[in-house]
Design a protein around this ligand. Structure first.
Ligand SMILES: [Cu+2]
Length: 283
C-alpha cells in the first residue's frame, strides 16, 4: 500500500505547513493595527496579551496534533477496511482498553487546556496595585473617557470621517481625541454603557470589556511599548456600530504628564460634537 503512505504523508505535510504559516503570520504583523493580508493575531503589547498569545500558540499545537491524528485514523480505516481488502468484517463490539483510553486521553487534554485558561482568566480579571484609573463609557456611537486621578479630565472620542481623513491616518480607525496612557504603568479600566451594550476592544493590548448600561466592568492594562493601538466596538450596538473606533496612544510617563496639563485646558469645555455625528444621532 505504498500510495496510502504517500497520501497520508502529503496530508500531514499540508497541515503542518498551514500551522507554521499561521505562527509566521503572527510574527510578521505590525504593532497595534491590522495589516492587509495579515494572518494571525496582532503583535502583543501588554502582559495579558502576551499570555493570550502564548495560550493561542499552545492551542494551535494541540489542535494540529489532534486533527492530524484523527485524519490519519480516518484514512487508515477507509483504506485498510474497504470492501475489497476486508470482505468479511469483524463482529467485535467492545474493547475495554480502547474505551478507557478514548475517554481518559481527551480528559487529560482538556485538563492541560483548562489549567492555563483559568490562570489567564484570573490574571486578566483584576489589576494588582493599579497606579491610575481610566473610565470608559460607550455611547451610540462614540466613546467618552474620564481621568479622575488626573484632575477629572473628560472628553469624547469620535471617528474621523472619510471626508476628513488625512494621509497616513487609518480609515475607520483614527479618532479626533485619542486615549493617552503612560507606558509601564498599571492602569485599571472601568467600562460602562451609557445607552445600549457596547464592547471596548483593543486587540494588541488583549482588552475586550463589555460596556453594559447600569453596570461597571473592570479590566486592566500595562502597555509595554510606546505606540498607537487601535481597536473597535465589537458588540453590535446600532447603525453606526462600525464607526466608533478606539485609538490608544501610549507615551512615556513624562510625555503623559505633559499631555495631562494640556488636556486640562483643552477639555475644560466639552460637549461640542461634529455636525455629522449630531445629525446621525437625531435621525
Ligand atoms: Cu458600540
Amino acid at each position: 500500500m505504498r500510495w496510502t503512505k504517500h497520501f497520508a504523508l502529503a496530508a500531514v505535510v499540508g497541515i503542518v505547513t498551514l500551522g507554521v504559516l499561521a505562527i509566521a503570520g503572527v510574527a510578521a504583523a505590525a504593532i497595534g493595527a491590522p495589516e492587509p493580508w495579515q494572518l494571525g493575531m496582532q503583535t502583543p503589547a501588554s502582559p495579558v496579551k502576551e499570555w493570550i498569545h502564548s495560550f493561542h500558540n499552545l492551542l494551535l499545537v494541540i489542535i494540529t496534533l489532534v486533527t492530524i491524528f484523527v485524519l490519519g485514523l480516518l484514512i487508515y480505516t477507509m483504506i485498510r477496511f474497504r470492501k475489497s481488502a476486508n470482505p468479511t468484517p469483524s463482529r467485535t463490539s467492545h474493547n475495554t482498553l480502547l474505551e478507557v483510553l478514548w475517554t481518559a486521553i481527551p480528559i487529560i487534554i482538556l485538563v492541560i487546556i483548562a489549567i492555563p485558561s483559568f490562570k489567564l482568566l484570573y490574571f486578566a480579571d483584576r489589576a494588582q496595585n493599579a497606579e491610575m484609573t481610566l473610565k470608559v463609557a460607550g455611547h451610540q456611537w462614540y466613546w467618552s473617557y474620564e481621568y479622575r486621578d488626573q484632575g477629572d479630565i473628560k472628553f469624547d472620542s469620535y471617528m474621523i470621517a472619510d471626508s476628513d481623513i488625512k494621509p497616513g491616518q487609518k480609515r475607520l480607525l483614527e479618532v479626533d481625541n485619542r486615549v493617552v496612557l503612560p507606558v509601564g504603568t498599571t492602569v485599571r479600566i472601568l467600562v460602562a454603557g451609557a445607552d445600549v451594550i457596547h464592547s471596548w476592544m483593543v486587540p494588541a493590548l488583549g482588552l475586550q470589556v463589555y460596556a453594559m448600561p447600569g453596570r461597571t466592568n473592570e479590566m486592566w492594562v500595562r502597555v509595554d511599548k510606546p505606540g498607537v493601538y487601535y481597536g473597535q466596538c465589537n458588540q453590535i450596538c446600532g447603525i453606526n456600530h462600525a464607526y466608533m473606533p478606539i485609538a490608544i496612544e501610549a507615551v512615556s510617563k513624562e510625555d503623559f504628564n505633559r499631555w495631562v496639563e494640556e488636556a486640562k485646558k483643552k477639555f475644560a469645555s466639552t460637549g461640542d460634537k461634529p455636525a455629522v455625528i449630531a445629525a446621525a444621532e437625531t435621525r
